[in-house]
Design a protein. Structure first.
Lengths: 434, 264
């Protein structure tokens, strides 16, 4: 059975251009009352979106900011109306969109629980029956008779969550509420969702924590600019989404790099202190680095790499005069400006013999064992005594993505070993708490 | 629209608890608490008494004690004007509910009206006390009309509250227009002067055009003047047109409903 169904749903938001400070007077004066009530510009938040959520399943919605996720959720909740298409929902809905919306600060937690419960569609008797559960879940027994304005934001949130979850819905809509609480609260929410799942309720989850989607959802959609880009197995959807995110990042990196290289094109003087230097380019240009390309494992130019995969730095150099005094060097810096690695042909005891005309130099890394982050690159060619021919300082930017969220500045090649009395569950089989 | 209107009946529990919340929250933390509901009209009565018996005494035949006469009209007027003022801001103030929760928006202006109706009821004991003090008991049979007048005023106020609240979402300056309009309206209605005051005869058609005239006059006839209720035809007429106005107001509200979540 289908619990939630969206068929060719579209939602167009109106932008009332030039009517930011709408006044009745001006509308009457210009006789534009009716015209002003019409949109001057429209913005499609959802375009022809269709998906169905089977009853009892947990369904994830991922996507960038502004992709229409929350709009879709609000349409399902009935808070907003679709401009076109059909939204069908079976069963009682509870929406965890904004926790504690509608709490009145002046009155006590107890009274707010009742009023909030009624707003969410419960009767007084139902709330009375669940009141103790709600208060215990929110851990607010001693404060329940204090006015809500005296609550900390965490208490407020807990109470809001407790009421919404005790509506005992058939369909639970969750929008990023996991991001608001502390660790313990997040665990509690996730535990509660697990319980819902076990009881065969339907959950529609909008979130940016892809881990939760992968480990917890039965199915997922990826929305991008109001269009369903992928639908199905959560891992596949998340992968597709991440790939697209990388593509965007790559475009941004390419733009950053192009800007940096362009602005550094005129030769600048060598800074006094090399380690203080910001991005720039200097040197005599007797030997010139004409082009720098980062290449991934498949030989494609790229700006986004995965931790552990190969990466090559390909330099095109041009010697104006044949020379026998040259050193190639590279340096990798993380976003904090820390040099993660630096080397050159001289320190690796390669003795230069000859460089003539156009040449190509490749620095190949078999496994890029860097942690996730954005890195900058130094490339240089200089004399053995250090006098630069062409020094490119921090001009090239690339990104390393990693599924592992380890920390530090470098990842040693490693593995874990345990004696037989230490055991771990395989990923995805434990409950969804992190 | 009629389906939504029927739904309204289902929200009575919600309206009831929101009205209770409104009343509780209003005086929470104040020392006198609910007592303020009595103090406010009492002070108003004292001020008007002083002005119209001492500063500029009104000596029109048949409306003595004058303070009592005025009070019969001021009390319902306060209900009316406070309701509209609050309703005009109700949707914007409750924006969080409309945007984040599946919430029937019409409940908000309705709550404004009903909460002020409760305040009106709180003022009645003072009115009764003064009727007793001045030894000016109303006709017992006239009092049958009192609930009718309250009901007509309720429907009339609800209708305007729906319209005002829905339009204010789109035109914020309705709130300011309204406060000025209400002041003008107050003085244009025979509340602090009797409708039969000599010299006002030629304004009678204008009085009759003003719907609140018929409410004020009805209250005055029921509570203050002896003799038969001569104004009942007007009151019933206003009641019937209020029902139409309410349906029209609800229709307008319903049409604009979908824009609230985006515009507040």
């Amino acid at each position: 059975m289908i619990a939630i169904e969206l068929v060719n749903v579209s939602k167009i938001y109106r932008r009332y251009g030039g009517r930011q400070f709408s006044t009745l007077k001006s509308a009457l004066l210009k006789q534009s009352l009716l015209r002003d009530l019409r949109p001057s510009e429209t913005f499609p938040a959802l375009k022809d979106v269709s998906f169905a959520v089977p009853a009892g399943s947990t369904f994830g919605v991922v996507g960038r900011n502004g992709s229409g996720k929350s709009t879709a959720l609000k349409l399902v909740a009935g808070i907003r109306k679709a401009t076109g298409g059909v939204v069908r929902v079976r069963g009682r809905i509870s929406a965890l969109i904004e926790l504690g919306a509608g709490f009145h600060p002046e009155i006590s937690g107890r009274e707010n629980v009742f009023i909030n419960g009624i707003m969410l569609g419960l009767t007084k008797q139902e709330i009375q029956a669940r009141f103790d559960d709600i208060v215990d879940f929110a851990e607010l027994r001693e404060f329940i008779d204090a006015p809500v304005k005296t609550y900390s934001s965490g208490m407020y949130m807990r109470l809001g969550f407790a009421v919404a979850i005790h509506v005992d819905p058939d369909v639970l809509l969750v929008d990023e509420v996991l991001a608001v609480g502390d660790e313990a609260f997040t665990h509690k929410c996730l535990d509660k969702f697990s319980e819902f799942r076990r009881r065969g309720k339907t959950i529609l989850l909008v979130t940016h924590s892809l881990n939760v989607v992968e480990r917890f959802c039965d199915e997922a959609v990826w929305l991008d600019e109001g269009v369903v880009r992928a639908h199905g197995d959560p891992r596949r959807v998340v992968d597709a989404y991440l790939t697209a995110v990388e593509k965007t990042e790559e475009q941004q990196m390419a733009a950053t790099t192009a800007r940096a290289v362009e602005s550094a094109a005129p030769p600048s003087t060598r800074p006094a202190d090399m380690f203080q230097a910001t991005e720039g380019r200097w040197g005599s240009r007797e030997v010139e680095i004409a082009d720098v390309v980062l290449v991934d494992g498949r030989g494609e130019p790229s700006f986004v790499f995965h931790s552990g995969e190969p990466m090559s730095i390909r330099l095109k150099v041009r010697a104006v005069q044949p020379t026998d005094d040259f050193v190639f060097g590279i340096g990798l810096f993380n976003a904090g400006g820390v040099c993660c690695y630096g080397t050159n042909t001289n320190v690796e005891e390669m003795i230069p013999v000859q460089l003539v005309g156009d040449a190509e130099v490749t620095f190949a890394i078999d496994a890029l064992d860097l942690i996730e982050g954005t890195y900058k690159l130094d490339v240089a060619v200089h004399k053995r005594d250090g006098a630069p021919y062409d020094y490119h300082r921090l001009l090239y930017t690339f990104r390393v993505n990693s599924r592992t969220h380890d920390v530090g500045i470098y990842r040693p090649h490693h593995r874990w070993m345990f004696s037989s009395n230490v055991r771990f569950a395989a990923r995805g089989t434990n409950d969804m708490t992190e | 629209m009629f389906a939504n209107l029927a739904q309204l009946f289902r929200y009575r529990g919600l309206i009831q608890s929101l009205v209770a919340r409104e009343l509780k929250a209003r005086y929470r933390g104040s020392v006198l608490g609910f007592f303020w509901s009595f103090v406010n009209p009492l002070l108003l009565l004292l001020i008007y008494t002083f002005i119209f018996t001492t500063v500029m005494p009104n000596r029109v035949e048949g409306v003595q004690p004058y303070a009592l006469f005025m009070f019969c009209g001021i009390l319902p007027w306060n209900w009316f004007s406070a309701s509209l003022t609050e309703a005009s801001g109700a949707l914007i103030a409750g924006g969080n509910l409309i945007k984040k929760v599946l919430f029937p928006a019409e409940v908000l202006p309705i709550v404004s009206v009903i909460a002020n109706m409760v305040h009106f009821f709180f003022g009645l004991p003072i009115l009764i006390a003064f009727l007793v003090i001045y030894r000016h008991p109303p006709d017992r049979w006239d009092l049958v009309w009192f609930p009718v007048a309250v009901l007509v005023q309720l429907i009339f106020t609800l209708a305007l509250a729906l319209i005002v609240s829905a339009l204010t979402v789109h035109f914020r300056d309705i709130r300011d227009i309204l406060s000025n309009l209400l002041m003008f309206w107050f003085f244009a209605t025979p509340i602090i002067y009797p409708w039969f005051q000599p010299g006002l005869e030629r304004y009678k058609p204008l009085f009759n055009l003003n719907p609140f005239t018929h409410l004020a006059v009805s209250y005055q006839e029921i509570l203050f003047f002896n003799g038969a209720i001569g104004h009942w035809k007007w009151l019933i007429g206003l009641g019937l047109s209020s029902i139409l106005l309410f349906l029209g107001g609800y229709w307008l509200f319903d049409r604009l409903r979908d824009s609230f979540a985006e515009a507040v």
